[in-house]
Write a protein that binds this ligand. Structure first.
Ligand code: HAM
Length: 417
């Protein structure tokens, strides 16, 4: 029996994992420079958190969640996204009652049972950020500025920021009624999904990819006309700040997003290299979610970037390990000496030190040094043990010198980059 990873879920390992580590390092540094603190929530949550939070008619909740009963018959779900669990944690730990602003970030796996394709998997990873405790346009602008900053630090160019506002809960209701009215005599031209979406989740029709629906929705009324005056001026202010900060964005009247919790500003970042699944990340304001999940009224906004898509868009060659030193040995005395010296070297220099853990022949140890891209090798045999020396070999030039045991760290230091 040969076991395989679950379809749509992949192993990420060396050398590709180096790109992931680099992305995570840059993200942590950038987010913490804006005051974000990391949060790690469990992968499993009470199913109700997602049904209430994301919306019971959304695609995620109706078709994509990994939901199952545990041994006590409780319904649990592998998190399909990070926002609802973080709101749950925010309330559970009493931050909503303190009323202070809080910036949280997370990096981790999410699960959605979608049809796998390029840039779409069933276990995927997100870097996300959430800001609680502000309803100001400045927090909308700052989170977009932070995201733009971080994408640049990743070395990614060509990203397109699409921006829209859905307005408050009331505006969304007004807009839904306007859309339904516009669609009432056009049902025949819609796809089967959209025929039911009219009543259940009319916003989703705005980004339906079927030809008939695209045609019908082309002339659909825009959400902008349904915004109340405070929501319209909030959105204007966000755009003004972004313009002043030279953040380029495209206003997109049909941008609605697939999660019900959004109110006000919504945004999506796309990248041309991604093909059909071109959304690198997305986010928006969700001013009702903390209240809807049992907390107090709290202004909040956030985003999440898809890491698999980020890796595709960056198209980076993983860097090989910089300084690798291999210690080849013959005999137990030499092997013990190598274990001791390797610890000394690791402590003194930040390099990778490998020793023979297979009791292989010298020839095969040197092959191993090559395979591990070692730039230097130390050779310790019986003679070296007797004389208190070590042979130092430059793997590229094949040049060998004999060095006193006590001088070995400083000799290595001279030769590494
Ligand atoms: P989302 O748009 O559902 O938003 O997902 C954000 C990003 O996660 C997408 O733009 C995409 O890059 C990535 N993603 C989603 N599904 C998959 C998949 N099946 N395979 C690979 N990548 C995927 C959210 O999840 C919200 N929680 C974002 C947010 C945070 N809004 C406010 N705060």
């Amino acid at each position: 029996m040969k076991y395989q990873a679950i379809k749509g879920m992949s192993d990420i390992f060396y050398p590709e994992v180096a790109v992931w580590q680099e992305i995570e390092g840059i993200a942590r540094k950038c987010l913490s420079s804006y005051g974000y603190k990391e949060i790690r929530t469990p992968a499993l949550e009470d199913t109700a958190i997602f049904v209430r939070g994301i919306g019971d008619t959304t695609d995620i909740v109706t078709k994509e969640m990994y939901t199952f009963k545990d041994r006590k018959d409780r319904s649990l779900t592998l998190r399909p996204e990070g926002t609802a669990p973080i709101v749950r944690a925010y309330i559970e730990h009493g931050f909503d009652r303190a009323g202070s602003e809080l910036k949280l970030f997370y990096i981790g796996p999410m699960f959605r049972s979608e049809r796998p394709q390029k840039g779409r998997s069933r276990q995927f990873h997100q870097i996300g950020a959430e800001v609680f405790g502000s309803a100001s346009a400045y927090s909308d602008a700052e989170i977009i500025i932070q995201l733009d900053d971080m994408l640049k630090l990743f070395g990614l160019s060509g990203c397109v920021f699409k921006l829209n506002s859905l307005g408050c809960k009331k505006d969304k209701e007004t807009f839904a009624a306007v859309l339904r009215d516009y669609l009432k005599d056009k049902k025949a031209n819609l796809c089967d999904d959209c025929k039911t979406r009219i009543d259940k989740n009319v916003f989703r029709m705005l980004d339906c990819k079927s030809e008939g629906c695209i045609k019908v929705m082309r002339d659909a009324p825009s959400v902008a006309a349904s915004l109340c005056s405070p929501c319209a001026s909030h959105f204007d202010k966000v755009k003004k700040i972004l313009n002043k900060m030279n953040i380029s964005f495209k206003e997109e009247k049909n941008l609605v997003r697939g999660l019900d919790y959004y109110t006000g500003t919504v945004f999506e970042i796309s990248h041309p290299s991604l093909g059909a699944q071109d959304a690198l990340g997305a986010g928006g304001r969700y001013n009702n979610l903390v209240h809807d999940l049992g907390g107090s009224d709290t202004g909040a906004i956030g985003y999440a970037l898809g890491m698999e898509r980020l890796v595709i868009a960056l198209n980076k060659k993983p860097q090989s390990e910089k300084n690798v030193l291999y210690i080849a040995t013959m005999g137990d005395d030499a092997k013990l000496e190598a274990l001791k010296i390797s610890q000394e070297i690791r402590k003194a220099l930040s390099i990778t030190v490998l020793t023979d853990i297979k009791e292989a022949s010298l020839k095969s140890q040197m092959r191993s040094a090559d395979k591990n891209e070692a730039s230097l090798a130390l050779i310790i045999g019986e003679d070296e043990i007797k004389l208190g020396t070590i042979t130092l070999r430059d793997m590229a030039t094949k040049e060998q010198v004999s060095v006193g045991m006590s001088d070995i760290v400083s000799e290595i230091k001279k030769r590494i980059k």
